[in-house]
Design a protein around this ligand. Structure first.
Ligand code: ATP
Length: 269
């Protein structure tokens, strides 16, 4: 199954990422079309966050992998909640202003127009009046809105969202989803890790289903089939957490991964 046919914003060539020689993601190839809106789904531990981190340039790729994108492409990344340090003493307005870091520089000061952009972004996410609040005092939903405001001021062409609606109530989710739709209409490329299949079906035209490798990638209705989902679950059950190497022939750590996987898949067909 192929990813969309519009020109690629980002192409993955045999993308493989390992942690301490243990493969979290392997041999993923395909592309995110420019302006596409893609959900990345899969079981826990499927490599979804690793994919986003590799796109953001935060983890090293294995030797034979390559991510192809224009060097000038501006990219914004929203990590998972659990990876944020909320104890850092930072006011909401400064947190959002960090989205303009490329323009302010590490020691530069914000101009009046930058502060106006920050305030407009805070208003767009319904956080006017919260400018001086410490981020550590915000609720989960308020913090996520502040982080979306930061994405707004970043004005990136590619936006990476890792479980953006986790621990967020339905009303806030609806508001944040409206922003995602707005980014899509503006022609930005949006890639979001999600766990809610109904949400994916309703709002995300493209889906990449991962189980450490690509199970399916294309139009959401064609990817979210019981066959593909069962295959992803079977892959997850067959994962060998102690495998020491990633081998393209399917042999891991001296064990016949292919035979084990075939048994699991036969049980689901
Ligand atoms: N920094 C790390 N060091 C070692 N192993 C890691 C690291 N980060 C992730 N992993 C491992 O890589 C695998 C893929 O993790 P990843 O977080 O990408 O999966 P995920 O699909 O996002 O999972 P979830 O749905 O649970 O968030 C997991 O087995 C995880 O334990």
């Amino acid at each position: 199954m192929n990813a969309p046919t519009r020109s690629p914003a980002i192409a993955l060539h045999n993308l493989t990422v390992s942690y301490r020689h243990y493969p979290a993601l392997h041999h993923v190839s395909g592309h995110f079309a420019q302006g596409s809106l893609t959900a990345v789904i899969g079981p826990n531990g499927a490599g979804k966050s690793t994919l986003l981190k590799s796109l953001a340039g935060l983890v090293p790729l294995d030797g034979h992998s390559h991510i192809e994108r224009a060097p000038s492409l501006r990219l914004a990344y929203l990590p998972q909640h659990s990876e944020l340090d909320r104890s850092f003493p930072l006011a909401v307005r400064d947190c959002v202003l960090m989205g303009l870091w490329a323009q302010t520089g590490a020691w530069g000061s914000a101009t009046a127009s930058m502060l106006a952009r920050v305030d407009a972004a805070l208003e767009a996410v319904g956080l006017q009046g919260f400018e001086r609040r410490a981020v550590g005092t915000l609720s989960s939903g308020q913090l996520q809105r502040a982080l979306f405001a930061r994405l707004l001021v970043q004005d990136a062409q590619v936006i990476l969202l890792d479980e953006p609606f986790n621990a967020v109530d339905s009303q806030t989710t609806a508001g944040l989803l409206a922003l995602v739709q707005q980014w899509h209409r503006q022609g930005r490329t949006v890639i979001a890790v999600l766990h809610d299949d109904a949400q994916v079906k309703a709002h995300f035209p493209q889906t990449l289903l991962l189980a450490r490798e690509c199970i399916a990638w294309g139009a959401t209705a064609e990817v979210l089939t019981e066959h593909h989902l069962a295959r992803a679950r079977a892959m997850a059950e067959a994962w060998d957490e102690t495998a020491a190497i990633c081998d393209i022939d399917g042999q891991t750590n001296g064990q016949d991964f292919g035979t084990l996987l075939a048994q699991r898949l036969a049980a689901t067909s």
